[in-house]
Design a protein around this ligand. Structure first.
Ligand SMILES: Cc1cc2nc3c(=O)[nH]c(=O)nc-3n(C[C@H](O)[C@H](O)[C@H](O)COP(=O)(O)OP(=O)(O)OC[C@H]3O[C@@H](n4cnc5c(N)ncnc54)[C@H](O)[C@@H]3O)c2cc1C
Length: 401
């Protein structure tokens, strides 16, 4: 007897894959399977991030990041409200430390306006003290639509809803091989082979490899950047009300070391952005020959490195030297000292670069025959996940008709 053919197989049980699967089931797609490599869901980027519901401040107006962040953010607030998931729309402060950062702050204010953000305020030094007495700067933006949540809890709820509607979730099911025939796509995993009419690749840090397993030749490579956090202890943490960010380097997709009060009321400092030698390498000592070779043998990596070696070296130095990390933080919050900080969690970002060494700024979805591949879903993809999921579900539902 031949095995059943699912309508859609989603590869990856992170927040993007689960949101896509849940939206598909809401669209009325009857049979869905999610294939997750690990023995639990949301163990990688979704479970290891800053937990910030981004407002959409930074992104180029009209880009997918700007659109999906705005609609995904509001959908996420409604989702949390409906399903009783803790969240806080607490706002955040973006602080210009000296006059040289004010023009960039002005540009962010223009973007906020162009992206339709509401209630953004320009603050002076005393306005900064009113919001965050521990922070110093010459000017700031107050962005009230920013919030905090535990994205792992959101992913767990999406999985629960999917199962309630009859969707199947297979864990410990790393996709190893994919072959298509006239009737279906055959997807071989560690645990079983499933057959499906459509495949949606949401494999996060492995998305480019999964695309290659599926016969695609994506022109990008995912480069892993580890982000390390330190946690602020008791009384020092009490002096931080919410989220304090620096003005970011506009050439980079990372936001700079910030302070985040998490939904479980810890205060984290970080993350930095250090080149990782393993895609799921959460410790500085983690190393994978295959992952390192994949990075170093990609011509785009060397072009990127040539342009950013100074920034990269600085990040590595701050990773290795706690005092240097703290110096960076003290520019924002001068009262913080090294003995108030303990090593905390880390995460690894999947950042796509092209063969010219350009960091792909926007989300990227590759369409192919009976397949969709999410090749670039860096921050704010957790914030935007419900909107990205709906978009993927609409594309997949159209293809199934
Ligand atoms: C340090 C850090 C801080 C961040 N901060 C924020 C933030 O504050 N706000 C925000 O919005 N975003 C943030 N992000 C970005 C956000 O976390 C990611 O964009 C988002 O989680 C991506 O979700 P995903 O489902 O695509 O990937 P993932 O969560 O990585 O999920 C992919 C899944 O695919 C599985 N998989 C991989 N290969 C296979 C295979 N072959 N077969 C089966 N399964 C496979 C993996 O095991 C994994 O579970 C941050 C990211 C990091 C790393």
């Amino acid at each position: 007897m031949s095995s059943p053919v699912y309508d859609v197989a989603v590869i990856g049980g992170g927040i993007v894959g689960l949101a896509a699967a849940q939206s598909l089931s809401e669209n009325g797609v009857a049979s869905i399977v999610v294939l997750e490599a690990e023995d639990e869901l949301a163990q990688h980027q979704t479970g290891r991030n800053s937990g910030v519901i981004h407002s959409g401040l930074y992104y180029r107006p009209g880009s997918d990041k700007a659109r999906f962040c705005a609609s995904g953010r509001e959908a996420l607030y409604r989702f949390c409200e409906k399903h009783d998931i803790d969240y806080r729309r607490c706002g955040k402060l973006v602080v210009a430390i000296d006059d040289s950062e004010l023009p960039a702050l002005d540009r962010l204010a223009e973007r906020a306006h162009a992206n339709g953000l509401e209630g953004v305020e320009r603050l002076d030094a005393s306005g900064i003290r009113d919001k965050e007495p521990a922070a110093v700067g010459v000017g700031a933006l107050w962005v009230p639509e920013t919030g905090i949540v535990d994205f792992g809890r959101v992913a767990t709820k999406l999985a629960e809803l999917l199962r309630t509607r009859g969707g199947r979730i297979l864990t410990s099911a790393r996709v190893q091989k994919v072959a298509t025939d006239a009737d279906a796509i055959n997807i071989e995993t560690d645990s079983e082979t499933v057959r499906s009419r459509l495949l949606v690749n949401c494999a996060g840090l492995q998305a480019d490899r999964v695309a290659r397993i599926c016969g695609m030749s994506p022109k990008i490579r995912l480069i892993p950047f580890r982000g390390e956090y330190l946690e602020l202890e008791g009384s020092a943490a009490d002096r931080i009300n919410g989220l304090i960010y620096p003005v970011p380097d506009p050439r980079l997709p990372f936001l700079g070391i910030h302070l985040t009060r998490t939904i479980d009321d810890r205060v984290l400092a970080g993350p930095n952005a250090v080149l990782a030698w393993k895609r799921e390498g959460y410790r500085a000592s983690d190393f994978s020959v295959r992952d390192t070779a994949d990075t170093l043998l990609f011509p785009g990596f060397w072009k990127l490195a040539a342009g950013f070696w100074r920034t990269g070296a600085g990040e590595m130095y701050r990773s290795w030297n706690r005092a240097a990390f703290v110096n960076g933080l003290q520019r924002l919050v001068p009262g913080v000292t090294a003995d108030q900080l303990e090593p905390s969690r880390s995460g690894v970002r999947a950042q796509a670069i092209d063969s010219e060494g350009r960091l792909l700024d926007d989300f990227q979805i590759l369409r192919a025959d009976r397949m969709l591949h999410v090749l670039n879903a860096p921050s704010p993809a957790a914030t935007a996940a419900l909107a990205i999921g709906q978009h993927l579900a609409d594309m997949a539902s159209t293809a199934l008709r």
